[in-house]
Design a protein around this ligand. Structure first.
Ligand code: HCB
Length: 217
């Protein structure tokens, strides 16, 4: 099967909530020599975007999205060890404190970004989902003086607003200059990141790792 055909089938398996089909196709794609990151960005994530758009258009409902997420998670169980295989043991890369904004439980992209940062030499402190800004600031304060990057995800326009509050809180606590701040998730844009005074954003997990390495240099 040509790669494009496999990517289309991976996308469709997510859109059609075909959990076992998605797992089989993922294994097949790996066996064909396609990289885990391409399987995710060119196949599975495209499917998640399509199902999200269908949800917005009221063509599908929450149970269908949950099944699509189940298919994505099943594929990620196979792909995560592949992503970790390329782990570099570089010293001094720094620590990434990763989290999903308060009120937001979308964690698929967050876990993917955390895995990719770990594979690129960062020590990961994963605070999970629905995280209070105060918790993030507390973790950053404990490590003042170390090389730290805060890596926040928000998938909803509502939870994204909390990123501005986090930047304000870091400023109030005198911590802004001791950490780098990168935010991402579907609604996060370059202009938003500039507006709130953060350092960077990234479209996907591979780019997030690249950008994080650049801004930590
Ligand atoms: Co959810 N949901 N959802 N959802 N959901 C979205 C996010 C909508 C956009 C769908 C839509 O309407 N089009 C929408 C938000 C609308 C808005 O605010 N503008 C929405 C809504 C409304 C809701 C509920 C409120 C629905 C309801 O209950 N009525 C509810 C909210 C629950 C809550 O959080 N309090 C809800 C629930 C769910 C689930 C539980 C069914 C499920 C989540 C399962 C889980 O994560 N464990 C879900 C899902 C799966 C989605 C969509 C379909 C896919 C999200 C996803 O996993 N994408 C999403 C539609 C969409 O995003 N277009 C929809 C795949 C991953 C790989 O991509 O964007 O998360 P990603 O991450 C990328 C990228 O952004 C970047 O790298 C990642 C990897 O490549 N990145 C970073 C991420 N974080 C980064 C950080 C950095 O520093 C840098 C880069």
């Amino acid at each position: 099967m040509a790669n494009e055909e496999i990517f289309d089938k991976l996308r469709d398996s997510i859109v059609n909530q075909d959990v076992s089909g998605c797992v089989e196709l993922t294994k097949e794609a790996l066996a064909d020599g396609i990289s885990a990151i391409d399987i995710i960005t060119k196949g599975l994530s495209v499917g998640m975007k399509v199902i999200g758009d269908k949800f917005e258009a009221a063509e599908v409902f929450l149970p269908q999205i949950m099944m699509s997420a189940k298919a994505m998670n099943a594929a990620m169980e196979i792909l995560t060890p592949e992503l970790e295989k390329n782990k570099t043991d570089e010293q001094e890369t720094g620590t990434a404190i990763t989290f999903v904004a308060e009120g937001d439980i979308h964690d698929i992209g967050h876990r993917l970004v955390s895995t990719m940062l770990g594979a690129n030499g960062f020590d990961i402190i994963d605070l999970g989902t629905d995280v209070l800004n105060e918790t993030v600031v507390e973790e950053a304060a404990k490590r003042k003086g170390e090389k730290i990057i805060l890596v926040g995800s928000a998938l909803m326009t509502t939870s994204m607003l909390g990123q501005k509050d986090l930047m304000d809180l870091l400023n109030e606590e005198g911590l802004r200059d001791s950490v780098k701040c990168m935010f991402g998730g579907a609604p996060v844009s370059d202009s938003w990141v500039k507006e709130i005074g953060a350092d960077a954003t990234a479209e996907n997990a591979a780019e997030a790792a690249k950008v994080a390495l650049e801004i930590m240099e």
